[in-house]
Design a protein around this ligand. Structure first.
Ligand SMILES: *Cc1c(COP(=O)(O)O)cnc(C)c1O
Ligand SMILES: [Zn+2]
Length: 439
């Protein structure tokens, strides 16, 4: 058994022998062969690095793609690990003590489709993950890679859901976690992180301040894996599993349109990477698809750049209830613009009021209580339909990436008991006569 008391995780902090492995043998992260610069294409060996030594561009995992067929994937575990041949993780990753995220439901959303005048609509509902957001996917991959690379502590700057996922995965793996959050985060997200017992550091500042601090600390603490900073190339690959699952759950087909929320923009670019890989590997027909990006108006730097027709994403100061998406300086913003423009999609934003309305719409029509980020994607779906930029007849998948129970404040003021009555049948009849008459 690999557990808390064995392996490179045993010691905390520094000791005689530096924990950080700088030479990693080929194959130790499955079929990943190199880290490739997204800007200049220079390749570097697999290892604990994330920026290009030549141009400081972000690095991305490259693979020697194996022969995988549908049957071998379908025979795998009902989690993201069924796609492990396409992820930068050790081949025996299934035996490591991760919570197993993924294979969440793809819900046929006929009621919502009818309400919106659409024909075929699906909700990819990632509330079914261990800590109720899509972040469990990226953390599981980051943790598996970080173990293989010799890191000893799991850390992150977070807008909330990532903190939940890191604290839970570290607790289960028996290692130390240190998470950094903006001090004004939703109370639910603070509680659902702190309960796992790791170190939670609330920082007076917004996410971009927290991220800057974490990046500085990552430069000094050699054996800390900040999942979305210094092991970001591995972390980011975890988002591909959303794309793989959507295609497999549609019966090995690509949807025609997909609506994806944008925080740093990583998820959106990786769903596109997944669809492209599946086509190249012959696992699906490489049919065209359009990728739509969704932001909150109070933090919409990518949507603004899209509208202005420019490639540069100008940082903003976030002010929105969609805190999980409140990254004012999104690292993958320019790549999101590339994907949406190349596939014929759009990046759009909705107001906080529309976010709340759309959270209620999804709940009322499909029985799915999504968090504010779900309100953002459903809101953008609705807006793009209204202005004719999204085809109501094309098969569409909208992502619900987090759970409404973690953002209760967003709807707490607008929903309440229908009526309060004394405990008598007469009062019940009198009060409900009118309510039920309304239907
Ligand atoms: C983090 C997050 C996202 C998107 O993350 P990216 O940084 O764009 O990859 C989407 N939804 C929720 C709920 C999140 O927590
Ligand atoms: Zn480079």
């Amino acid at each position: 058994m690999i557990g808390a008391k064995s392996g490179p995780w045993m010691a905390h902090g520094k000791d005689e022998e530096k924990g950080l492995a700088t030479v990693v043998s080929l194959g130790s992260l499955g079929n990943a062969t190199a880290l490739s610069c997204r800007e200049c294409g220079e390749q570097f060996p697999i290892g604990p690095r994330y920026a290009c030594e030549l141009c400081f561009g972000p690095l991305e995992v490259a693979y020697d793609y194996p022969d995988v067929d549908r049957a071998s994937i379908e025979a795998g575990p009902r989690s993201i690990w069924r796609y492990r041949a396409l992820l930068p993780v050790p081949t025996d990753v299934v035996d490591t003590p991760n919570l197993e995220p993924g294979f969440t439901k793809l819900v046929r959303a006929d009621n919502l489709a009818r309400e919106l005048g659409m024909r075929r609509l699906w909700v990819k509902d990632d509330t079914g993950n261990p800590t109720h957001s899509f972040k469990d996917r990226v953390v599981a991959v980051a943790l598996a890679a970080a173990r293989a690379l010799g890191f000893r502590v799991l850390a992150c700057p977070s807008t909330g859901n990532l903190a939940n996922a890191v604290a839970a995965a570290a607790a289960r793996a028996g290692i130390r976690s240190v998470v950094f959050i903006p001090a004004d985060l939703e109370q639910q997200k603070i509680v659902t992180t702190a309960v796992y017992g790791g170190t939670v550091i609330a920082v007076d500042g917004n996410y971009d301040d927290v991220n800057r601090l974490a990046t500085e600390i990552a430069g000094e603490e050699d054996d800390w894996a900040f999942v979305n900073v210094n092991v970001r190339p591995y972390y980011a690959e975890g988002s591909k599993t959303l794309g793989y699952e959507i295609a497999e759950q549609l019966g090995w087909r690509l949807p025609e349109q997909v609506v994806i929320p944008i925080a740093s923009g990583s998820q959106l670019t990786k769903v596109d990477k997944a669809f492209t890989e599946l086509g190249k590997l012959g696992l699906v027909d490489a049919t065209p698809y359009r990728v739509f990006g969704a932001q909150a108006e109070g933090c919409s730097p990518v949507a603004q750049a899209f509208k202005a027709g420019v490639d540069v994403v100008r940082p903003v100061r976030p002010n929105t209830i969609a805190k999980s998406l409140a990254i004012g300086n999104p690292a993958d913003g320019p790549y999101v613009l590339d994907v949406c423009r190349r596939t014929g999609g759009v990046v759009e934003a909705v107001s906080d009021e529309e976010i709340v309305d759309s959270m209620r719409l999804l709940a009322r029509t499909e029985g799915i209580f999504g968090e504010t980020a779900g309100g953002v994607t459903v809101g953008v779906l609705r807006k793009l339909l209204a202005n004719g930029q999204l085809d109501p007849d094309a098969e569409t998948v909208v992502l619900n990436t987090g759970d409404g129970l973690k953002t209760l404040d967003a709807v707490a003021d607008v929903v309440a008991p229908s009526v309060t009555i004394p405990p008598s049948i007469d009062a019940f009849r009198a009060a409900t006569e009118e309510i039920f008459a309304r239907g």
